[in-house]
Design a protein. Structure first.
Length: 69
């Protein structure tokens, strides 16, 4: 089982990467809508793949446990 700090660190990294992808998508969207749509589709597919491979606790469950303490 991963420690809470490990999960938080991983989520922080994912959040940063998603933000970077979002900025790229905004730039691409102003240049080429089709490329932007494909990039968004790829992001969603990557997100699904990450979710399938995730072996740690569900982030929502961890937050609920923290609040219950």
């Amino acid at each position: 089982m991963k420690r809470m700090g490990d999960v938080k660190s991983r989520l922080d990294k994912l959040e940063k990467e998603i933000g970077e992808v979002k900025r790229v998508l905004i730039r691409l969207g102003s240049r080429n809508k089709k490329k932007s749509k494909n990039a968004w589709k790829n992001l969603l597919q990557a997100s699904d793949e990450i979710s399938r491979k995730w072996s740690g606790h569900d982030a929502v469950e961890d937050i609920r446990r923290q609040r219950a303490k």
